[in-house]
Write a protein that binds this ligand. Structure first.
Ligand code: LLP
Length: 414
């Protein structure tokens, strides 16, 4: 988030008004990222990255469509004003299986399905002949910033295995389903070597579908655009990314003899850099050679470091003007778990971070946490979900109030 938007004084004011921990998003950053992808025919936001209905509404106002991966995400999209229908469809449901309630919801609202298994095609075909479908194909290879975010290859549960495309198309035909397009998402974290391979694989699949007598109206490049998390890392070159996919689209168009729409389905790219998690330092201590800075957010708020060893830049807003020499600090949270550490590498080894010496009462910001932050939060240790605020220039709005412990207990109060 640009420093000009969130000055230290403003952050202190936000923390004083709404309490900590607190998620803060910058609307202008989200709009900028949307504009950078304008060359694509359709931008479909993978809302799993940040599914607050106010963020979804902002996306819709900018012409962005939405992806949903659960019944809850479908209902969120509808609540945010997306409609079931439209061309291209405002909402698409992507999954590798249907639970019963989700299948019923998809059928009830006529929401196109991006199917990651042939069983989904059979179940949907029986329940709703003619329903619009995409096929999500696993091309046999993948890539990700962590093994846990690689969604291609034989170790991944995602997508229809590439050699089963013809079986999937036969199921589409047998059930009278309406084929919209082919989709691929090989993981999170773009690498251009893989990208040319993915584009090539997509053209090969279109060729097979065409040879089997199927027509298509769209292809989707999936998500996966990386964002800079470490100081000095470059942003993804969206023009280059579009260029590679546009060339693949043109090859596919030449095969089919008509125009094909090109979709992109980013999550992280649109929201990661817009978000910051504001925490307060509540204790400091030394343990042997390690200096610990304990803050009031844990992996119940931001799970990425504990789950993937993910790096997030941090900065300190001192509560007074005393001298703060740099100190190697292990930043950790309040949870009753040794892995509740924000400065750790893959494998859970603590990685002390050079930060100004922290004191109780200082604010510690965890940057670039707008994607897979609030949306991956949990109630672990019976911690209520954290409030969310969006800033628009000089004004701000609470877009989710803090959950209360009473609300948690109410679920069990049978
Ligand atoms: N489309 C599909 C089908 C996906 O499975 C995903 C992400 C996306 C799009 C969006 O990917 P993105 O553009 O955000 O990389 N929790 C992990 C990321 C898991 C991504 C799961 N699928 C993280 O915090 O890095």
């Amino acid at each position: 988030m640009p420093a000009a938007t969130l000055t230290p004084a403003r952050i202190q004011a936000l923390a004083a008004t709404y309490g900590t921990p607190l998620w803060v998003y910058d609307a202008a950053t989200i709009r900028e990222r949307i504009a950078a992808l304008a060359a694509f025919d359709t931008i479909r936001f993978a809302q799993k990255a940040c599914s607050n209905t106010h963020i979804l509404r902002l996306m819709r106002e900018q012409g962005v469509k939405v992806d949903a991966v659960s019944r809850g995400e479908i209902l969120r999209a509808l609540a945010a004003g997306f409609v079931a229908g439209g061309e291209p469809s405002e909402i698409v449901f992507t999954a590798d299986l249907f639970d019963h309630a989700t299948l019923a919801t998809v059928v009830e609202h006529g929401i196109p399905v991006n199917a990651g298994s042939i069983d989904m095609l059979h179940q949907l075909g029986k329940a709703s002949p003619g329903h619009k479908v995409w096929l999500r194909i696993n091309p046999g290879f993948g890539h990700g910033h962590s093994n846990k975010t690689n969604t291609g290859g034989e170790h991944s549960k995602h997508g229809i295995w590439h050699t089963e495309l013809l079986d999937a198309l036969a199921a589409v035909r047998a059930h009278g389903l309406t084929l919209v397009g082919l989709h691929m998402h090989i993981g999170s974290g773009v690498d251009y070597g893989h990208l040319s391979e993915v584009c090539g694989a997509m053209v090969g699949l279109v060729k097979q579908a065409h040879a089997a007598g199927h027509d298509l109206h769209a292809i989707s490049s999936g998500g996966g655009l990386s964002t800079p998390y470490r100081e000095g890392e470059a942003s993804v070159d969206t023009a280059h990314y579009f260029g590679l996919w546009d060339a693949a689209r043109k090859q596919a168009e030449a095969l089919l003899g008509h125009a094909l729409a090109l979709e992109i389905e980013p999550g992280r790219y649109l929201v990661a850099e817009s978000g910051v998690l504001i925490t307060e330092v509540r204790a400091t201590k030394d343990a042997g050679s390690n200096h610990f800075v304990l803050v009031d957010a844990g992996f119940s708020e931001l799970m990425r470091p504990a789950m993937y060893g993910a790096y997030h830049a941090m900065s300190l807003i001192p509560s007074d003007d005393s001298e703060r020499p740099v100190r190697a600090s292990v930043v950790a949270g309040p949870l009753c778990e040794s892995g509740d550490v924000f400065t750790q590498g893959d494998g859970g080894v603590v990685e002390p971070r050079e930060l100004p010496q922290a004191k109780v009462g200082d604010l510690l910001l965890i940057h670039d946490s707008g994607a897979y932050g609030a949306s991956m939060s949990s109630n672990y240790n019976s911690r209520p979900l954290t409030a969310e605020v969006i800033v628009e220039g000089g004004s701000e709005r609470l877009i989710r109030r803090r959950q209360t412990v009473e609300e948690l207990l109410a679920l069990e109060n049978l």
